[in-house]
Design a protein around this ligand. Sequence first.
Ligand SMILES: [Zn+2]
Ligand SMILES: [Zn+2]
Length: 361
Amino acid sequence: MVVVRTTPPRPVDVTAVFPELAPSARPAVRLHPRPGAPSAADSSVGGPLLWPADEPWPHCEAAHLHLDSGFRRPPAEVRLDRRIMARRHADHGGPAMTPEEQTLRERCATMMEERFGADLPEPADCPVPLLPVAQLYLRDVPLLRPPAGADVLQVLWCPYDHEPDCKPSTALFWRSAAEVADILATPPEPYEVNDDGYVPEPCTLAPEAITEYPNSLDLSPRERSMVEDRSRWRAAGADPDSSHADSPRGFYDIHLAEAPGWKVGGWPPWGRTDPCPRYCAVCDARMVPLLTVASFEWDGGEGHSWAPHEDREAAVAAAAVGYCCGQRPSQPTKVAVGSTDNLQIYVCPTSPDHPHTDLIQ
Ligand SMILES: [Zn+2]
Ligand SMILES: [Zn+2]
């Protein structure tokens, strides 16, 4: 079954009100990750990856931050807790733990005892196996611009905090799916993660092509005052006042500019800081957004105009009465970066061989 997710039409046609913004329209692909059981042959969030059995799994050898703070634990334990929460959500009167879950819990405890009882360096001081974040096949996301011969993008990260911005460090791999004969069956896992939000839940995707406009922080001063001018909206028969947004600019940013959630391409989300352009370390070209790794697919308030039709009921219910057992409909991947922010991955438009960069926003 092909799962479809559909972004509701925007409440106002941007180019009808502001024809001046037409040249700023950018294509984006919302990925709409939802928990599932993807295979290595699928586009996914959280793996598994189409990784050749004879190719070494990537590891991080960087220095890791804040190792004496935080609550680090094995990814297996993070997954176990999620599994228990999901079961208890489906059956609120169910047991705190089933015998099978108890066994898994004990296995995690034994693993920790063995690891810390042994005379070994701190896990964070060893090369750390990376965790799968996303796998995108060109056939599902035609917006990707792979190097010649490649048709699948694999994104992984190291689940410890790194400078700058205290974030996981990302690694990108392009490959040709046809060249992978034997797949690595059990990739190594990091012993622990810095934060539960650094363990992406395996999700299938429902890519949807949309058009985005720049966040108002990315507009020129002239364009920004145009968006703030209520008479322009009224002249086009649009009424941003009917929204709870406190200004036309707020309405524009919340409902019309860039989409929240996991996506490829489009315009970057801003707000925590002013826009910070990224320049290629090799050729100095202005880099372009490749992938946005989002903590939320839509926000709990007005931004849920971006909740797809198919999730609307759940989004409205969660906004009205809350959610329980961690089953937040707007956080299907269980990823949380920079608490509630986005991790933006940028690439050089000149060459896919130039190194990527990322930032938390
Ligand atoms: Zn690392
Ligand atoms: Zn470059």
